[in-house]
Design a binder for this molecule. Structure first.
Ligand code: IMP
Ligand code: MG
Length: 173
């Protein structure tokens, strides 16, 4: 049985940073409308809080992908479990992720969505574990860089648990 021991990023710090990111996105996309693409399920809480801080016309869409592998390691082989509902051609798209670890999932998604001819495409992640990166992905917005710990909460899970924690915690065996 795993337990969450340390709080890595508390609720107030998350809230503050998400507010700053929303303000930055609002400035960068001024005068445009934006399609936020959330990667299920981990990005759901971040996307919903971030979207409220973006003062522009925003639409949501969601994708679900699975990267074959165990629950804590991704393999680089990505399968689309749920595709977007709408076309992204000609639209300004921001992919919203919970965490970039190896980068394999986002590398695949980014290139896949680029082929669908959006007007622009960017990546926004709440968390980044740079020490684990296997492929470079062009990330436009990063909430926090974190050390190589397995984290849960604020949408992130271990075996579907802990997504509802209002903070980011470190999972210890
Ligand atoms: P990547 O393809 O290795 O970048 O993996 C990204 C995905 O792995 C994320 O969207 C998460 O679902 C999962 N993941 C990676 N690190 C963690 C972690 O520390 N906690 C929870 N999920 C993680
Ligand atoms: Mg995820």
């Amino acid at each position: 049985m795993s337990t969450v021991t340390d709080i890595l990023i508390d609720e107030a710090t998350l809230k503050q940073r998400v507010q700053e990111m929303g303000a930055e996105i609002t400035r960068d996309y001024a005068g445009q409308s934006l399609l936020l693409i959330g990667v299920l399920k981990g990005a759901v809480i971040f996307l919903s809080e971030l979207a409220q801080q973006i003062k522009l016309p925003v639409a949501f869409d969601f994708m679900a992908v699975s990267s074959y592998g165990s629950s804590t390691e991704s393999s680089g082989v990505v399968r689309i479990l749920k595709d977007l509902d709408e076309s992204i051609e000609g639209r300004h798209v921001l992919i919203v992720e919970d965490i970039i670890d190896t980068g394999l999932t986002l590398d695949y998604l980014y290139r896949h969505l680029q082929n669908r001819k959006p007007a622009s495409i960017g990546i926004c992640t709440l968390l980044d574990k740079p020490s684990r990166r296997l492929v470079e992905v062009p990330v436009k917005y990063i909430g926090f860089q974190i050390p190589d710990d397995f984290v849960v909460g604020y949408g992130l899970d271990f075996d579907e648990r802990y997504r509802n924690l209002p903070y980011i915690g470190v999972l210890k065996p």
